[in-house]
Write a protein that binds this ligand. Structure first.
Ligand SMILES: *Cc1c(COP(=O)(O)O)cnc(C)c1O
Length: 361
């Protein structure tokens, strides 16, 4: 088999090697089934166990009670930009959005098609280099919900704690940091996450929804857009992403086996710490693009003294087996995405490479 390289891609992104190997081993035939996961019916007992297992593991990892549904939907986080307001905004037809990056803006854009969007805060005038502070939030106590983006994949910022929103339901796009640490699930009415960053392959989106929120879903909605339909049908109103859900199940088992989310968070802090500490010691050669208190543990964004050097380091890094370091086209610079499955050794090796590059350039 060809040697694997370090994959710093923002998404689809690195998966645990153990998960890939298990999936590979069992791809031809699932043990005791005689068919591939790619071939079995979603109505089979085997798949029932797979989807219920994935759901149960997510509940265990987050310490969730039966007050929540875990749904596996399609259409990416992007479809959730629409489904959230279509289901949760009526009848008041107004919601608060906190704008911390491109994804948050895209979410707000779809919400505007349904009702009134109050921008509770935005750091756009500062090029999204930080997360707003609690006292900056101009929240409407009568809003249908507050929407925020827990990790800003493109800008490299992350909320350290949830915004305080009182009794207004809190909705979170956690696409790029879902399950990177344990969160207090009781603070949330809804969390959604496209799987392809921190959880599995593309094509499946996890939606965690508090049961009382389902009362808001109007019967007049198009069927696929209605959370209540998906909840009542155990995510199988239509054919779900069987393979994606299977991989999510393997990833959640890998998380549980490795100590759960507290252990994962500790490791994520260590990994990101290696990179940020070195950048801070590099005499401004490698500059973090975000304010210190807003630094993401998942997507580490930084710049070099010139665009020429940035191009050079990306070229050399790619040749040396560090893939996917180019920053998002809207920001430039570099971005190292170091999700749960990204190995700590890979971060240490990258830092060594950056030291060498600096001494040569
Ligand atoms: C990648 C990403 C999205 C978009 O996800 P799709 O699955 O491509 O629709 C939305 N929000 C955040 C925070 C993301 O990182």
């Amino acid at each position: 088999m060809e040697k694997r390289i370090y994959n710093f891609s923002a998404g689809p992104a690195v998966l645990p090697e153990e998960v890939l190997k298990e999936a590979q081993e069992n791809l031809f035939t699932l043990p005791g089934v005689g068919m591939s996961i790619l071939e079995i019916s979603h109505r089979s007992k085997t798949f029932d166990n797979i989807i219920l297992g994935a759901e149960k593991d997510i509940k265990t990892l987050l310490g969730m009670d039966d007050n929540y549904h875990v749904l596996f939907l399609q259409g990416g986080a992007t479809l959730q930009f629409s489904m959230v307001p279509m289901n949760l905004m009526p009848p008041k037809n107004k919601a608060d959005y906190i704008l911390t990056g491109s994804w948050a803006k895209k979410a707000a854009k779809e919400a505007k098609r349904v009702g009134t969007v109050n921008v509770a805060a935005s750091t756009e005038s500062e090029n999204f280099t930080r997360i707003p502070k609690q006292e900056e939030l101009k929240l409407d106590p009568d809003a249908s919900y507050v929407h925020f983006t827990s990790n800003n994949t493109i800008y490299g910022t992350e909320w350290k704690t949830e915004p305080e929103v009182g009794n207004v339901p809190l909705v979170c796009d956690a696409s790029s940091d879902f399950l990177h640490k344990k969160v207090d699930i009781k603070k949330y009415a809804l969390i959604y996450a496209g799987a392809q960053k921190n959880l599995g392959p593309s094509g499946v989106t996890v939606v965690i929804i508090r049961k009382d929120m389902l009362e808001r879903s109007s019967d007049g909605l198009h069927t696929y857009m209605n959370y209540k339909i998906h909840a009542e049908n155990g995510s199988m109103y239509n054919t779900p992403t069987t393979f994606g859900i299977y991989i999510i199940g393997l990833v959640t088992k890998w998380l549980l086996k490795n100590g759960g989310l507290d252990a994962m968070y500790k490791l994520n802090c260590e990994k990101a710490g290696i990179l940020y500490d070195y950048m801070d010691e590099s005499d401004g050669y490698y500059k973090s693009t975000v304010q210190k208190d807003s630094r993401s543990l998942m997507n580490v964004t930084f710049r070099l003294p010139s665009e020429e050097l940035e191009k050079k380091i990306i070229d050399e890094a790619t040749k040396a087996g560090f893939s996917g370091l180019k920053g998002h086209r809207s920001v430039g610079g570099l971005r190292a995405s170091i999700y749960n499955a990204f190995p700590k050794q890979g971060v240490a090796d990258l830092v060594q490479f950056m030291k060498d590059f600096k001494s040569r350039n």
